[in-house]
Write a protein that binds this ligand. Structure first.
Ligand code: SF4
Ligand code: SF4
Length: 381
């Protein structure tokens, strides 16, 4: 237990599984996890397989990264290693093929499991009119869980990384349904943390070599962070990323009890990594500081919303399928969002494989942000 909030951070610039494996071997030694991993017979590796994206788009866990983690797990020949996730979109085959994950699993001879169709278990929640939360039963069947998130910003929760990756245990479309119960990010995070507390991984390893900034987790810009981060404690990993990489000074909807300050250990580098300013999602800048009752008052003047760019849309219908409010409709063969019922969960943007759903802000919101930026510039002078 003594290593519970140690976060090991290493510089790693390219996707070379041998190089990554060297880094990870040091990490698990530092975390004293080697024996536990060696003695575990059935290991679950949970990557981020958000949707059908190419590895270089930095939306999903990179296949070379996964390969290194599989090799790390093969400490004994008799181990059963399972790679599993539940993408929001329905076509698992398309996702695992396009991301390169299927090929790596075949090469390494490990099982690849679709958690959207896997048996489930429920646990009691009793909040926001949501009595029970359903997650994959697989967590009860394995004796070591490796959580393998990608370092990305997130339009709803600022960050999608260590804790949020375990939300992938919720089968397929049920993920978007839970947004209906908790539309405010603070409330939604309570669901995310409840799942994490119910299914705590033994080890979290962040693929932060290529990540995403801006309107993540799928519609942002690729960013070369060049970093690999490991810990036993996903809460400490997210704390480190929010504080030292995204440099978010306010954690307004991350309750302090949900984040755990970490002891940071830099390995393979001379001095702490410095990250130049990261672009945060357009949704975040100001609104996340306010409670929901103030947002309700301001909503007619200061707002942001998803909008489909007709030039980029290929009419695949994935946003239509995922929308928990069924507020995306087909009009004259084009997909359109009708905002009356929209809860601004951004599941549509997260799911669109073509970055065709943009975030737009009200003129007043843009004006306030311009003033804020100008003031910042003036203060620097
Ligand atoms: S917006 Fe994106 S997900 Fe929706 S139909 Fe168009 S391309 Fe598909
Ligand atoms: S349109 Fe998009 S943001 Fe609005 S409810 Fe549907 S999925 Fe959520």
């Amino acid at each position: 237990m003594e290593n519970i909030n140690k976060v090991i951070v290493s510089s790693c610039r390219k996707y070379d599984s041998e190089e990554i494996l060297k880094v990870l071997t040091t990490h698990i030694q530092k975390l004293n996890l080697f024996e536990k991993l060696k003695n575990s017979k059935k290991i679950l590796i949970k990557p981020n397989l958000l949707g059908p994206h190419l590895p270089q788009e930095a939306v999903t866990t990179h296949p070379e990264f996964l390969k290194a983690v599989i090799k790390l797990s093969k400490t004994q020949p008799d181990k059963q290693i399972i790679v599993a996730d539940s993408p929001s979109v329905l076509n698992f085959e398309e996702v695992v093929t396009k991301t390169g994950i299927k090929q790596v699993c075949q090469q390494e001879g490990v099982e690849l499991v679709n958690l959207s169709t896997y048996p489930t278990v429920d646990f009691e929640f009793n909040k926001f009119n949501l009595k029970k939360i359903t997650i994959s039963k697989i967590i009860k069947e394995v004796d070591f869980i490796i959580n393998l998130p990608k370092l990305k910003t997130h339009s709803l929760t600022i960050l999608t990384c260590a804790v949020k990756n375990m939300y992938g245990l919720v089968p397929g479309m049920t993920k978007s349904v839970y947004h209906k119960y908790a539309p405010h990010p603070k409330d939604f995070l309570e669901i995310v943390y409840a799942i994490y507390n119910h299914a705590r991984p033994d080890l979290t390893i962040v693929d932060g070599i290529l990540g995403m900034e801006g309107d993540g987790p799928a519609g942002g810009e690729v960013r070369n962070f060049g970093v690999v981060i490991s810990s036993i404690d996903a809460l400490a990993v997210d704390w480190y990323i929010l504080k030292h990489i995204l440099k978010v000074s306010y954690f307004s909807f991350y309750k302090s009890s949900q984040l755990k300050p970490a002891e940071i250990i830099y390995e393979h580098i001379e001095e702490p990594l410095q990250f130049k300013k990261i672009k945060l999602p357009k949704t975040i800048s100001i609104l996340s500081k306010f409670p929901s009752w103030i947002l309700d008052i301001l909503k007619n003047f200061i707002w942001f919303k998803p909008k489909i760019d007709k030039q980029l849309c290929v009419r695949c219908g994935k946003c239509y399928q995922i929308c928990p409010q069924k507020t995306i409709k087909v009009v004259n063969k084009n997909f359109e969002i009708f905002y009356d019922n929209c809860i601004y969960c951004f599941c549509c943007q997260e799911t669109c494989p073509y970055k065709a759903i943009k975030t737009i802000r009200s003129p007043l919101y843009e004006f306030v942000l311009t003033i804020k930026d100008n003031l910042k510039q003036l203060l620097r002078w």
